[in-house]
Each structure stands twice: as structure tokens, then as C-alpha cells.
Ligand binder design. Sequence first.
Ligand code: NAD
Length: 280
Amino acid sequence: MASSLSPSVPLNDGNSIPAVGFGVFKIPPADTEQAVSTALQAGYRHIDTAAMYGNERETGRAVSESGLPRDELYLVTKLWNADQGYDSTLRAFDASMDRLGIDYLDLYLVHWPVPSLNKFVDTFKAFAHLRDQGRIRSIGVSNFEPEHLETLIDATGIVPAVNQVELHPRLAQTKLREMHARLGIATEAWGPLGQGSLLSDPAVTAVADRVGRTPAQVLIRWHIQLGNIVIPKSVNPQRIASNFDVFDFELSDVDMASISSLDDGNRLGPDPRTFEFTGR
Ligand code: NAD
């Protein structure tokens, strides 16, 4: 059990989000309840799932079995591309809430902009309606590029609380992070460990050796010190715990810079400008 809980990142709507959460992408439904329970026991209070991951029900079961008070938990899910549009968003939200077994959500994200669908504005208007009804605390987006953010803000007058994007030392998203800072959008990093690919990078292992921590802990610290919200995923109990044991050390400016030097702008995931997959 970690002795200290995660620090928080303030959001532009007056709420705040735990800086370190637990991501459950690609955790099979059969393994999800155990993994989320392990994370909650290790001290995580922020869980990041999505309708598309197919494990909202098992995530909700772990949350309810934990016995933790609802207001100590921070639960995030995402609207899948096929459900974009005003009325379909309202229906998809109800379905996610039923699967999660909760009566309010902390943060709802538009999973991808899918510009070719031209529906993310209507989708976000439905998010705002649900927030006004008190069913969602904060509303945000995921995988939005600057032009998508501009379109959304111009059309709705609402600045999303969060933009969750692929972000790790090889794709540091410096320009997008600057735009977020200017507009008051919190930056959330998916694939924070480069989906595992950065753990053996010599620049990362050199810092890990120097500070006596694991490469994953060093990468998570890099995110925290940049002000990113970070949601590493693992199903291994030791790794789940050690990824959360990151609040008692700091990287020096030199170590931060040496990790940041890995930025080559290469994505692991799809390009949000062209990603059009709308099936499940
Ligand atoms: P990640 O960067 O968290 O890497 C996960 C991989 O690293 C796993 O293979 C795991 O086995 C390995 N790993 C984790 N901790 C380790 C450790 N201590 N030692 C060794 N190996 C370790 O990648 P991710 O899962 O893609 O991203 C994290 C979360 O971000 C997801 O679970 C999901 O919640 C979210 N996500 C969102 C989007 C989106 O489009 N919004 C896309 C991908 C992921």
C-alpha cells in the first residue's frame, strides 16, 4: 500500500483529477476486476476505461467490491466513435453508466475526433447537457489536434477540461501542450510508457540506474513533473504497485532533459486526423 496518494491536477471547471491513474486498455474482461482491485489496493483512486475496451462492467464490479466511498474515486470512461451524435451519445452514456454501476461519472471523454464524421460538436453538446444535469462532473476529449479543439470551442463556447492524447518521451506533444496551457486544458498522457517500448531505452535506463528506480517509475515521474496526468497500464501486481510508488523522489533538470531528448515525433497509435474506424 502506497503511503501517499497521488497529487491532483486542477481542471478548468473547478474540479481536480488525481495525476496518476490506472489504465485498463487491452485488459481482457476476465482479468479486469482483479487488476482494478489490485490497483485500488495499491492506492490508485483514478481508473481510466472506455466503452470500446469492453471491460466497463468488470471495472465497475471492482469499484463496488472495494467498498471505497464513491467520492474518493475518480472514474473516467469514453464515448466510442460509432456513438457520436447528440441522441446516440445520451444513449451510449446511459449504457456505460449501467455497465459501470455508478450514478455519476467524474470525467467523460470523446474517444477520437473522427473529423470525417463531423459529429464531435453535437457529441460534446450532449456531454454539456449531461454535465448540466449533474450526471458528469467534467467533460473532455481525447486525441484532439489543435484544429479539432478550435472547432469545438468556437462551436460550443466550452473549453474541454482534459485532452487525453498519445504522449511519451518520443512524442512529447510540446506544441499541443503549449496550446493546452494557453487555453486551460489539462494534458493527459496515454501510452505513457510508450506502450512498454521505452522501458529498455538506454536514456531511460541510465536515469533509472542513477536514481535507483525502475524505468517505468522514471517515465511516470517525467510525466508528473511536466504536469501531465498519467495512466499507466499493467496486469502484474508488483508493477501495478511500483508504478504508483512514485511520489517520494524527483528527477533533476538534467535527467528530465535527457529523457525529453528522445522526442522524435513518432506515433505508436493512429493519426487522429485520419483515424476513421467507427466499428466496435
Ligand atoms: P502504457 O504506456 O501504459 O504501457 C503499457 C505496457 O507497459 C503494458 O504492456 C505493460 O505490460 C507494460 N508495463 C507497465 N508497467 C510496467 C513495468 N513497471 N515494468 C515493465 N513493463 C510495464 O500503454 P497503454 O496501456 O496503451 O496506455 C495506458 C492507458 O492509456 C491505457 O490503458 C488506456 O487507459 C489509455 N489509452 C487511451 C487511448 C486513447 O485513445 N484515448 C489509447 C491507448 C491507451
